[in-house]
Design a protein around this ligand. Sequence first.
Ligand SMILES: [Zn+2]
Length: 281
Amino acid sequence: MAKSNNTLCLDKFYPEKDLMITDIDQQSDKIIIQMKSTSSSCKCPKCNRITQKYHGTYTRKVQDLPILGKNVQLEICSHEYACLNDECEVISIAETFDGFLNNYSRMTERCADFICTLALETSCEGCARVCHTLGIKTSGDTVIRLLLKRYESLPQPEVSDVIGVDDFAYKKRHTYGTIIVNEKTHEPITLLNGRNGDTLREWLKNNKNVKVVTRDRASAYAKVISEELPDAMQVADRFHLHQNLLETIKKALNQEIPATISIPHNDTFIDAEEHCKKNRI
Ligand SMILES: [Zn+2]
């Protein structure tokens, strides 16, 4: 007879190398998991040197992914280490357990990953409401802060020598911005405030490698590009090429077709009608 197993080993869901579960407290609305660090060394996030110099111990409280709809809080008895590199400015190092935590956040990285993914598919407020249902405590403002931190930690996108510039509305008829896109990868490079060309001018001053710019037909961008990058080729983007084409076709048709068109009189039809009336058919 096969041996039945009705227990779940939680250790497998946490970094076993340097973390050990010491107690689990199941409450009506949440699960508190107490853990302690078993590490004896740590890597400095600044200079990457491994250190074994113990600096202290503290309890760190972080939220993790929920278990079957129940909120999960980790209480981790974590170590701090001191960097031994005299040239390094870091004094104390908080453990991250190989990326399970980051140095400052109140939630695990996998919990933050889930929230960011959900927010990008829905909205910050919508994400917060779904999280609440699932057992993750967060708010719309926290979701925005998480997304901003993630965005700031991304490597700066490479500025291509072929870019596209266009305006977009933060709020239609009120606030506008300018987007710059890498035309080779079709990925956004940056967002600038306003669409009158001032912020674009500042950006172009720091990116003189640009050789080709696709843009709309607005004179504000054209003027700034001509002044800052006189050797760059300016190309009307596809949307505006279509618009130019349609306008030209409309103009040509207007010239060829008279303003008023008289419909020829249909004698046959009138005659037939009168014939019917006359003969009372
Ligand atoms: Zn260091």
